[in-house]
Write a protein that binds this ligand. Structure first.
Ligand SMILES: [Zn+2]
Length: 251
């Protein structure tokens, strides 16, 4: 039976909650199972979203009315074996898990700010596990094609999970470093965002409005009452089309 490893449930907007889930890696075939995210109020299952994991991971955004959001609301993950109909339910997971009242209030206020002042960005999280691509060199421990059409240079087939759109506040700066040929100017992006999704180095950020792509170089997290409240992400501009992202390959 498939098992859930970690789940992150957080606000993406006033009326949108993001659910990000990593399953325990095993030899099981994910096609043998059905996966659902359930939204539960009190005792009742109000909504059930069908999800399709890729390489033991999925993320999904639940759209709901703000008046549905209260402390009674939580999420479960239901996994059903298609052959035996055996089912297992994991949870509850709340957007407030681990967060005390003050932390909740800080997150709520930041959401209001981002809704009016924020810019939409598209996040592609880099896959951490999966099928090794042919371009991977096990001796050098890296991909031999930075712009590989199969893995996007990550060394794992497909390379990135489905994108997530969020609102964030952005600022730009240029970092200058010198090399043999002279000064090298690098356009950097600083992103201030909430706690969803949790970012890692080498994730990719797209600014759809400007058609620019950035690669994450550094992430710092602010926590309060043991809950992650916000993240500050540094990312460097990379040439357009230098990273093959999933949606480009599908076209
Ligand atoms: Zn490759």
């Amino acid at each position: 039976m498939i098992s859930v490893d970690s789940v992150d449930v957080s606000f993406v907007d006033y009326d949108k909650i993001g659910i990000e889930c990593e399953l325990v890696k095993s030899n099981e075939n994910l096609d043998d199972y059905s996966f659902y995210v359930q939204r539960i109020h009190g005792e009742d299952v109000i909504a059930e979203i069908t999800v399709t994991p890729t390489e033991f991971y999925f993320n999904v955004v639940d759209y709901l009315h703000t008046y549905h959001i209260n402390d009674d609301m939580y999420y479960s993950i239901r996994v059903v074996n298609k052959d035996t109909a055996e089912e297992k339910i994991f949870g509850p997971y709340s957007p407030y898990t681990g967060a005390g009242n003050i932390a909740k209030e800080i997150i709520r206020k930041k959401l209001i700010q981002l809704r009016t002042m924020g810019t939409t960005i598209r996040i592609y999280k880099k896959m951490l596990t999966g099928v090794r691509c042919e371009c991977w060199d096990p001796v050098l421990n890296k991909s031999l094609r930075s712009n590989c059409p199969i893995c996007g240079g990550t060394g794992i087939v497909r390379g990135y999970y489905d994108p997530i759109d969020i609102k964030a506040s952005l600022s730009h700066k240029f970092s200058v470093s010198a090399d043999k040929r002279g000064d090298l100017e690098q356009k950097m992006l600083q992103v201030r965002m909430l706690n969803f999704p949790l970012m890692r180095q080498d994730d990719v950020i797209e600014l759809p409005k400007f058609k620019e792509i950035y690669r994450v170089s550094d992430v710092s997290r602010t926590t309060f009452q043991e809950a992650v409240i916000s993240q500050t992400v540094q990312a460097a501009l990379v040439p357009a089309n230098s990273i093959k992202l999933p949606k480009e390959r599908e076209q």
